[in-house]
Every structure is written in C-alpha cells, then in structure tokens.
Design a protein around this ligand. Structure first.
Ligand SMILES: [Zn+2]
Length: 433
C-alpha cells in the first residue's frame, strides 16, 4: 500500500511541477486510486471529489508518505552522484564516481563550507561599479594573461584562432536572424543564449563561446572562464570532462585572471561576483538537500520525528533572533511546519531536476578547488605547469591527486584515495619524464 501511495504522490507532484502527465497515470486515475486508498485507510467515504476535497486528500497523502518518498528520492540522488555509467563517459575509468562514492560525506562537508563562504560574500554586497574598458583594452589584457599562464604562447594562439574562426560570439551584437541560425546549429533554445556558455556541437564537435558581454573588466573573467571550457574541448575532442573538473579549469583560469587584474591594478574591485553568486545560489538552493543526504548517509534513513526534533533544537538555539525578527508571531512557527517545508521543498527540487544536484557539485567543488589552486600556484608556479600538462594531454586527473596537487590537506578533509589503477600510474609516470 505504501508503495502505491508514494507513487501517486510522486505522479501528482510531477504533474504540478512540470505541467505534464507521466504516461502511466492520468489525473483521473490518480484521484480515483487515492480516493479508494483514503476510504480503506480511514473508514471515511468520499462522495464527490470537489476541488477542496481533492486538496484535502492530497494533504492527507503527503502527511502519510512524504518522508518515505523523501527517502526514496534521496537514495536515487545518491545513486546518480555515484553512478559509474552516468553521463555517457566514453573512455573514463570511472574513477571520479568511485572517488565521490568513497568520499561523499567529506565532499558534502567541503561543499557546505564553500557555499556558506560564498553566501556570506554575496550578503556583504559589494555594489562598487566595475571599470569600463574598450574592446582593444580587453583583448590586450586577455593576451597578457594567457601569455602569463602559458608562456609558450600556445594557448594564446588557440585563442586567436578561435576568434578568427568566429567562434567567440558576443550574443548582444547578433541580429535576430543570426541568433536563430546559431540556435539551430547548436540545438539550443533562444532563451539559453542569455547566459554565458561554451557549447560544442554534438556532431561536428565545433565549439563556440556564446557571451553576453557588458563592457567592464568583468568581461575578461567571463571570457577566461568560458575559454577554460573551450581549451578542455580543444584538447579532448571526443570526451566530456568529469564532474569535478568540469568547472575546475574554467574557474581556475578566471581566478588567475582576477589575480592578474588586481596585481596590475587594472581592477581593484571584487569582480568575480557572478561566479560567487552562482556558487552561493546553488549552495543556498541545495543546502537542505545536502543536509538530508548527509543524514541518509549517516543513519541510513531520514526519520520524520528526528527531523522535527532537529528543527525544534535549531529553533530553540535561535529563539532570541526569531523573537526579535517576528515578535509575537515567532510563536506561530512550529518545528513541524518547518521540517515539513524543508522536506517538501527537497522533494520538489529533486522532481523538478534530478540531475542538477550533480551540477551543484561541479560548480561548488570546482570553485573550492580553483580557489585553493590559485593560492598554491602563487607559492609554486610549477603546479600550474602540471595542471596545464593534464589539460593538454587529455590525461585523467586522479581527483584525490588533484586535491593534493592544489594543496588541500586531504587528511584533515578526511578524503580517501580510490583504488589506483595501474593504467593511471603509468600515465603519470610518462608525464613526469
Ligand atoms: Zn563554467
């Protein structure tokens, strides 16, 4: 019976969130099944399914099975995070999934720390306007930065080449006809053009930077970030980057560019705001989900009573603040209401986009590692050379090795290596030569 109740609730929420029906059960079927179950379980009969009655019945259903459904969904999210066959990796040895599987609790801990850090920075709100620059100034600075990162000039040549081939596009300057052609060519929807992105054509592998530039120093960081994606695709024709590296390299280039701007006194302002905001947004959006995953990993189950009890403790600890903000209304907050809200919002997020949690890992951990990386590179320039070798030779970077390489204290972070494959060791050996 519980299985059926969970699946009715899932289907109804799926319909409410996505505005489309799953093939197996229409609204009428759902209502009918729910009515039968309700009558059986409560002994009350439902004569007519009015709109109000319908709402009542679904509220009852939620009360009965929201936590069992939450447990199912959290379990499947963990499955997606550690699934070796996810994302159709072509030649990967699945080490990243093993790494995430082995270290999920520790990674969650790092993610929560980095997210809190970014949320704090965003809240501090630095509204200083950024310096305006001309296109020529911008391009000169980008050339200098690329030469500093790669003194051989190879990366700069790749950048020039991309520009000459018309692969770097400021979407704001495109006519609507040009936009239409672009979308068709890259199989994109028109509204996805408003974001900055690096897109590779699935068939001929042509890669484009689609940018929305604003004419300030921020553009330099935007271009460097997306060019980081471009470089990965350039050197890894067939492959998709793995989850943690996906945003690591671009964010590393972006943060190196920011360091350069500050060192040259070109921009004093905090100009990597958009990236911090991304990390802060995703962190805030998924914080409750991270908490539930953590609980699930520790206890093997998320229990309703415990969740409510935990809310009660948190509220008790912050009683003073709550009363200050909400005055007499503070009494209206019940730990149960808040626990249910958390639970329902987590369920909704997973149903609306089950894969996005993985994306949040990629952004937040990528940001964390890149931040560490920049500090490490300042102490030891060779680290940058090693990272460049990895990207240029399409080598799989052992993620445990990456944490170590950028100077993270893996013992303190509680990170464990996955089983080393001899294959990878050989690759590393040949790299050192
Ligand atoms: Zn990116």
């Amino acid at each position: 019976m519980e299985e059926k109740m969970k699946s009715i609730l899932f289907d109804e929420l799926y319909f409410q969130i996505n505005q489309k029906e799953l093939p197996n059960r229409t609204k009428n079927n759902r209502d009918h099944e729910l009515k039968t179950i309700y009558e059986q379980k409560t002994g009350k009969s439902v004569l007519i399914m009015t709109k109000t009655k319908r709402i009542q019945l679904y509220e009852w259903l939620k009360k009965e099975v929201r936590y069992p459904l939450l447990n199912d969904l959290i379990k499947s999210e963990i499955g997606l995070l550690v699934d070796p066959y996810f994302a159709l990796k072509l030649t990967d040895e699945h080490q990243e999934d093993q790494f995430i599987n082995t270290n999920l609790s520790s990674l969650l801990e790092i993610i929560r720390m980095q997210a809190a850090d970014s949320i704090f920075l965003v809240l501090q709100d630095n509204t200083a306007s950024l310096s305006k620059i001309t296109i020529k100034e911008r391009e000169d600075i980008i050339s200098q930065i690329l030469l500093e990162i790669d003194p051989s000039g190879k990366w700069l040549m790749i950048y020039y080449e991309a520009k000459e081939q018309g692969r770097i596009i400021n979407v704001k300057e495109c006519s609507s006809k040009e936009k239409e052609i672009l979308c068709k060519k890259l199989e994109l929807s028109e509204d996805s053009l408003s974001e900055n992105a690096c897109i590779r054509n699935k068939i001929n592998h042509e890669t484009y930077l689609l940018l929305t530039l604003v004419g300030t120093t921020e553009d330099i960081l935007t271009i460097m970030h997306e060019f980081g994606h471009y470089l990965f695709y350039y050197y890894n024709l067939e492959e998709e980057p793995n989850i943690l590296l996906k945003e690591f390299y671009p964010t590393l280039l972006e943060l190196l560019a920011e360091k350069y701007l500050k060192k040259q006194r070109i921009s004093e302002e905090e100009c990597n705001r958009s990236r911090i905001e991304n990390t802060a947004y995703l962190g805030q959006y998924y914080m409750v989900t991270y908490d539930y995953i953590d609980k699930y990993l520790t206890d093997g189950i998320i229990k309703e009573e415990e969740d409510i009890q935990e809310q009660a403790t948190i509220m008790n600890n912050h009683k003073g603040i709550l009363e200050e903000i909400f005055k007499e209304q503070a009494d209206l907050f019940s730990s149960q209401t808040i626990a249910y809200q958390n639970c329902d919002s987590c369920i909704e997020k997973i149903i609306s986009n089950p894969l996005e949690l993985r994306q949040s890992f990629s952004y937040i951990l990528g940001h964390y590692l890149a931040k560490q990386g920049v500090n490490r590179i300042i102490q030891d320039r060779q680290v940058l050379d090693v990272l460049r070798e990895y990207i240029e030779h399409g080598l799989d970077l052992d993620l445990y090795g990456l944490f170590k390489l950028v100077g993270c204290d893996v013992d303190k972070l509680n990170l464990k290596p996955t089983i080393e494959s001899t294959n990878r060791k050989n690759k590393e050996k040949s790299l050192k030569k």
